[in-house]
Ligand binder design. Structure first.
Ligand SMILES: Cc1cc2nc3c(=O)[nH]c(=O)nc-3n(C[C@H](O)[C@H](O)[C@H](O)COP(=O)(O)OP(=O)(O)OC[C@H]3O[C@@H](n4cnc5c(N)ncnc54)[C@H](O)[C@@H]3O)c2cc1C
Ligand code: SF4
Ligand code: SF4
Ligand code: SF4
Length: 424
C-alpha cells in the first residue's frame, strides 16, 4: 500500500493537476513554486519548508470538488451580444464577459477584476488585476491553456472587504470556492464569472504549432478557436511577430486536440461551470446567434442576477433555454464518457489509501458495479496514450497518428456520403 500523501504531490503524481496555482495561494509556508514539466506548469514543493498542513490538497480542484449535476429549477438563461462593436469584434463569443466587467468597474460596483494578460507562451499564463479605466482589450479571447489564478485567489483571501470579479474555468472556480470555504469566508463580495469548459490544452499545442510548418516568423499568439478564422464557432488563428497571420481549418483542431489536452480534463464533469454566479459560453443553440459572435449565459445566483440586471443595457439580449444550452453543448454524451473515464481511473487507483482530498467526482465510482466494456477500456487507454505523445515532444509520432486520424475522418465522411446516396 502506498504511503498517504498529505499534499498536492498526490495530485501531480496522479496527473490531476490543472496548473490553477490555488495551492500556492493558500500555502502558509510559501513553499510551492511552478516548473515547466510534461509540457505544462506543475507545482513543486520545497520539502524542507513544507509543514504538512494539507491545506494545498484541501483546496485542490484536481481532487476536491463537488459536482451538482442538475439544479432543481432551470436557471434563467440568455443569448447575449455586446452592443459595443469593438468589444464584440475582439471577443471570443458575444463579448459578454468584457462588456460586463468594464461596466461594473467603471461604475464602481466592483473594485478590481482578475483577467488573463496578453499572450506569452514562454511563461505560465496567469491572471492579474484590472481596475477602472484599464484597457481590457489584451485580456479578451479564450486562452485554451492552463491559467494560474494564484494572484487572484491570494488577493481575494487577503482583501475580504473589496468587491472583486473572478473569471475562470470550472476547475479554477471549484478551487476558489474550496479556498473560501476552508478560510471560513463567504463569497458575498466576489462575483464569479465561470467559463463553460470542454478542455484546456497543455503548452505542447503551442510547441507543436511552432514546428508544424515552416512559418516565416516566430508565432506571437495562438488562438485555438477564433471567429475571425471562420467556421461556425471559429477555427485556429496563428499570429506572427512580423504582423502576419494564418487561419487553419476546423479539421486541424480535431487532429491535434486529443494529444495536447490536460489529463484532468478526461475526468471533468463540470462543463457548464455550476458553481459560478454567471456561467458563460459560446452560443451553439442556433437560436439568436450571429456570425459576429454571441454568448450563452446561465444566471445561477442572486449576485449573478444583480450584476446582469445592472449591465443589461450594454447588450442585445434574448431569452434562452437551459435545455437548449445543455443539448447544444452535448452535455449528456460528455457526461457518459467522463463517467466511464472516472470509473476506470477509480478502479486503477483502487488500492490506494486516501486520507485527504478524495476526488469528490470519483469517490462514488470507486465502488461502482457499473460494467466496464472492453471497448471503453481500450478507448480510455488510447486517450492516455495520446496524451503521452503530446507530452514527450514525440511530435514525429504525433504526426503519424494525425495522418491515421485524418484517414479515419475521411473514411467516416465517405461512409456518410455513401449512405446519403443510397437513400437518395
Ligand atoms: C479553456 C476554455 C475552454 C472553453 N470551452 C468552451 C466550450 O467547450 N464551449 C463553450 O461554449 N465555451 C467554451 N469556452 C468559453 C468561450 O470560449 C468564451 O470564453 C466565453 O464564451 C466568453 O466569451 P466572451 O466573448 O464573453 O469573452 P471575451 O470578451 O472574449 O473575454 C474572455 C474573458 O475570459 C478570460 N479568459 C480567457 N481564457 C481564460 C482562461 N483560460 N482562464 C480564465 N479566464 C480566461 C479573459 O481574461 C477575458 O476576460 C471555453 C473557454 C476556455 C478558456
Ligand atoms: S502541506 Fe501545507 S505547507 Fe506543505 S505545501 Fe501544502 S499547504 Fe504548503
Ligand atoms: S491546486 Fe491547482 S495547481 Fe495546485 S495541484 Fe491542485 S490543480 Fe495543480
Ligand atoms: S475541462 Fe474541466 S478540468 Fe479541464 S480545464 Fe476545463 S474545467 Fe478544468
Amino acid at each position: 500500500m502506498t504511503e498517504t500523501i498529505q499534499n498536492i504531490d498526490r495530485t501531480t503524481e496522479d496527473g490531476l493537476c490543472t496548473s490553477c496555482g490555488i495551492c500556492a495561494a493558500v500555502c502558509p509556508a510559501s513553499c510551492i513554486h511552478f516548473e515547466r514539466q510534461k509540457e505544462t506548469y506543475l507545482p513543486v514543493i520545497d520539502d524542507k519548508k513544507c509543514i504538512r498542513c494539507g491545506k494545498c490538497l484541501k483546496v485542490c480542484p484536481g481532487y476536491s470538488y463537488t459536482y451538482h449535476a442538475e439544479q432543481e429549477d432551470a436557471p434563467a438563461c440568455f443569448s447575449v451580444q455586446a452592443k459595443d462593436k469593438k468589444i464584440l469584434k475582439n471577443a471570443s463569443s458575444g463579448g459578454l464577459v468584457t462588456a460586463m466587467i468594464r461596466k461594473l468597474l467603471q461604475d464602481g460596483q466592483y473594485h478590481v477584476a482578475f483577467l488573463v494578460t496578453g499572450y506569452n507562451y514562454e511563461n505560465q499564463a496567469e491572471t492579474r488585476p484590472f481596475y477602472k479605466g484599464d484597457s481590457l482589450r489584451q485580456s479578451q479571447q479564450s486562452r485554451y491553456l492552463p491559467v494560474s489564478q494564484q494572484k487572484a485567489v491570494r488577493y481575494i483571501l487577503d482583501n475580504p472587504e473589496e468587491r472583486i470579479i473572478f473569471v475562470g474555468t470550472s476547475c479554477a472556480v471549484h478551487g476558489l470556492c474550496n479556498a473560501l470555504k476552508i478560510n471560513g469566508r463567504s463569497r458575498e463580495n466576489v462575483l464569479i464569472i465561470g467559463l463553460f469548459c470542454n478542455q484546456a490544452m497543455t503548452y505542447s499545442i503551442y510547441e507543436y504549432m511552432k514546428r508544424y510548418r515552416r512559418w516565416n516568423s516566430p508565432v506571437k499568439a495562438f488562438h485555438f478557436w477564433d471567429k475571425r478564422a471562420g467556421g461556425r464557432t471559429g477555427n485556429i488563428r496563428l499570429e506572427f511577430q512580423n504582423g502576419t497571420h494564418v487561419h487553419l481549418p476546423a479539421r486541424e483542431k480535431a487532429l491535434v486536440s486529443d494529444f495536447c489536452r490536460q489529463e484532468r480534463c478526461l475526468y471533468c464533469m463540470d462543463k457548464l461551470n455550476v458553481e459560478a454566479d454567471l456561467s458563460v459560453g459560446d452560443n451553439y443553440t442556433q437560436k439568436n446567434d450571429s456570425p459576429e459572435g454571441s454568448s450563452n449565459m446561465i444566471v445561477r445566483t442572486m449576485s449573478g442576477r444583480n450584476a446582469w440586471e445592472y449591465c443589461r443595457e450594454e447588450f442585445l439580449a434574448f431569452n434562452s433555454d437551459y435545455a437548449d444550452i445543455k443539448s447544444s453543448q452535448h452535455i449528456d454524451r460528455r457526461l457518459e464518457n467522463q463517467q466511464m473515464n472516472n470509473l476506470l481511473f477509480a478502479q486503477r487507483h483502487g488500492g490506494r489509501t486516501v486520507e485527504e482530498g478524495v476526488p469528490c467526482d470519483l469517490a462514488s465510482f470507486a465502488q461502482s458495479v457499473q460494467k466496464v466494456t472492453r471497448k471503453a477500456r481500450r478507448q480510455y487507454d488510447r486517450q492516455l496514450a495520446d496524451l503521452k505523445l503530446g507530452e514527450r515532444h514525440a511530435y514525429g509520432l504525433m504526426r503519424w497518428k494525425r495522418i491515421v486520424k485524418f484517414g479515419e475522418m475521411c473514411c467516416g465522411w465517405l461512409l456518410v456520403k455513401l449512405r446519403f446516396y443510397r437513400r437518395a
